[in-house]
Unconditional design. Structure first.
Length: 96
């Protein structure tokens, strides 16, 4: 599962309007902060994209490598649906 303390344990870089939280062992990192998706765990099944009532996510990449990007994390209404449906527990939602 995603590290709930990623903000303390990782260093932030940026991608578009999001922070990307990197650590030494992580190739891809955690994208987003209030709605954080660990790209190293995401299997791209799209359950979070389907469940989100306010369209926070976009696909990032394509094919087997696609990931759920929390492109509009500021629109999140904190229903926690995405956390609940993720088969890899790759998402952490934290009201900012
Ligand atoms: Fe969307 Fe709910 Fe997840 Fe927020 S917590 S990103 S509103 S599914």
């Amino acid at each position: 599962p995603i590290d709930p303390n990623f903000r303390e344990n990782r260093v932030a870089t940026t991608f578009e309007n999001l922070k990307v939280w990197k650590d030494k062992a992580s190739n891809l990192g955690i994208y987003g902060t209030g709605v954080a998706v660990d790209f190293d765990l995401c299997v791209g099944d799209g359950a979070c994209i389907d469940v989100c009532p306010v369209n926070v996510f976009d696909w990032h990449g394509s094919g087997a490598d696609r990931k759920a990007l929390p492109a509009r994390e500021r629109d999140c209404i904190y229903c926690y649906g995405c956390e609940a449906v993720c088969p890899k527990f790759a998402i952490r939602v934290t009201p900012l």
